[in-house]
Design a protein around this ligand. Structure first.
Ligand code: SAM
Ligand code: SF4
Length: 510
């Protein structure tokens, strides 16, 4: 059990709302009161880029810099990329984004599942179905027994190894509760339907509200993977319009400094994101780059992942339909390409909020992670036989891509992409600063390829339909041949682990 003796407790929601923020932990990262999200600089970069004619030579130089160094671009360079409208030049950017993705992550896509723990919330975010006072939402907090039932489906029937556990912000889902849910996820083991092998969750990432340093240390002690907090919008004025001042989330500086606290606390895989559709996407993407650069400056560690949620319909709100800043699929695809070029080493997540057409389209735009067979209703996995079933009153927003994992794995394999269930990185200490160089030089991608093959084999034997298995096995043959070519001396050890996996051993990794 986690040691939670050092963290504060709150009597009720009002006490929590008044006292949760630890003000002393904000100022340190905003020296002299200057915020690293420099709105003036962002607006200047956008207007200067707009006023210049596009110079293809400069654009190609920026692309080449991103590709060769894998370092985060300067904001002026990002703004220049945003101006490109010529389809031919944009295609050069997309192709480079795809090459960079291959250099850093090889031909794999990491698979994960969202698991919602609670829809209780003290905040009033205007776009969200979980917001306080929304009477259309049916509230509940999963008990540990209910969570085990969810894991039995997510890990035992669908075959996921990697979760993003999602929480509202409420004293009933305190850090103590989050720690207990993480421990429950790791400890629950189930028999796989096809092979009878013991399977379970191996990495729990968390999407929750910003926390103070003491609480983050507790989550670190129970083996949290990535800590994700989406900024929603970096534009302070719009942020304040969307998040009432009386709410905890209404404090812009508490939220924007959250990852600095994570890295200080040793939670060194951090996941940034913007809720696209609340503000001008160009502002948001430039702000994301400034955020990444500030983390690199303080800690020499950048974002482990970037997420690209787009506003989706939610219960009791019209913001997702009526916001003036909603983006179309073309813009979404542009955002991904520019993000890949701007922060070349980072993982990029595109969730089932997107339509199948939109996700299929951006697979070669630099993305590295997706979810499938997702159900975001509270206790949705175990209550509904059919994973595509949705209920607006018990979920935060509506999902668009309801494809099953089997269908998606086959779709990707048909395109030569291996689905990775690998979770080795953080268990071998390959996180944060230790992994930055390995990512930028492409070393990590090679390790991951081997682990991807081993975990893909596991999933095929434990869960796949015969058709998917057939396509998947052909891909594995190609991957093994590739590993033999690059690493002839190391190959026998890879083969040994692979054969052990085929015989039913589980969780072997490099
Ligand atoms: N409650 C915590 C918080 O807000 O920081 C945890 C995350 S919340 C449950 C997960 C994320 O869902 C939010 O950060 C937001 O970006 C996203 N979200 C909220 N409403 C949404 C909507 N209508 N459409 C798409 N995403 C939404
Ligand atoms: Fe609560 Fe998060 Fe929804 Fe805001 S986005 S209402 S904080 S669950």
């Amino acid at each position: 059990m986690a040691d939670v003796s050092g963290i504060r407790k709150f009597a009720d929601a009002a006490d929590y709302t008044r006292n949760f923020i630890v003000r002393e932990e904000i100022g340190k990262y905003l020296p002299g009161g200057r915020h690293f999200i420099d709105e003036e600089l962002i607006n200047r970069c956008i207007s200067e880029a707009e006023s210049k004619t596009i110079d293809p030579v400069r654009i190609r130089e920026i692309i080449a810099k991103s590709e060769s160094t894998c370092e985060t671009l300067e904001p002026q360079e990002v703004a220049a990329l945003m101006q490109v409208s010529d389809p031919g030049l944009f295609e050069e950017m997309r192709a480079a984004a795809d090459r960079i993705k291959h250099k850093v992550y090889d031909n794999r896509i990491v698979m994960f599942a969202p698991l919602y723990m609670s829809n209780m919330c003290v905040n009033g975010c205007r776009y969200c179905g979980f917001r306080e006072g929304n009477r259309e939402q049916r509230r509940r907090v999963l008990t540990m027994d209910e969570l085990k039932e969810e894991i039995d489906v997510v890990a035992g029937r669908i075959g996921h190894k990697r979760l993003i556990a999602v929480y509202g912000e409420h004293p009933s889902t305190s850090t103590e509760y989050i720690a207990e849910t993480i421990e429950t996820c790791y400890s629950r083991k189930v028999k796989a339907p096809l092979s009878g092998a013991e399977v379970g969750i191996r990495r729990v990432n968390v999407n929750a509200a910003p926390l103070p340093i003491a609480d983050l240390k507790v989550l670190r002690s129970v083996g949290i993977g990535t800590f994700q907090v989406f900024q929603e919008t970096y534009n302070r004025k719009l942020y304040e319009e969307m998040h009432p001042a009386w709410s905890v989330k209404g404090n812009y500086d508490w939220r924007t400094t959250c990852f600095h606290r994570c890295l200080e606390a040793g939670v060194d895989d951090v996941g940034l994101g913007v809720l696209y559709g609340l503000c001008d996407w160009r502002f948001e993407l430039l702000a994301t780059v400034l955020h990444a650069r500030d983390l690199e400056r303080w800690f020499n560690i950048g974002p482990h992942t970037l997420s690209f949620p787009r506003l989706e319909p939610a219960s009791g709100t019209r913001v997702p339909e009526e916001s003036p800043w909603l983006i179309d699929d073309d813009t979404f695809a542009r955002i991904l390409v520019i993000a890949r070029l701007s922060v070349p080493y980072t993982g990029m997540i595109v969730t089932a909020r997107e339509s199948p057409e939109s996700r299929n389209r951006v697979i070669d735009h630099g993305m590295t992670q997706l979810d499938c067979s997702s159900n975001i209703a509270i206790k949705g996995y175990s209550d509904f036989e059919n994973e595509a079933h949705q209920e607006k009153e018990r979920q935060q927003f509506m999902l668009c891509d309801n494809r099953s994992i089997d269908e998606m794995v086959r779709y990707l394999a048909d395109r030569g992409i291996i689905t990775s269930f690998c979770t080795a990185g953080y268990r071998c200490g390959r996180t944060g600063g230790c992994i930055m160089d390995a990512l930028k030089t492409g070393r990590e991608g090679k390790f991951c390829k081997i682990n991807a093959v081993l975990t893909f084999r596991e999933w095929l034997d434990d869960f796949a339909s015969p058709e998917t298995r057939a396509v998947g096995e052909k891909l594995i043959d190609r991957e093994l041949a590739g590993i033999k070519d690059w690493l002839p001396k190391f190959y026998p050890s890879v083969l040994k682990q692979y054969e052990a996996t085929c015989r039913g051993e589980r969780d072997l990794f490099f």
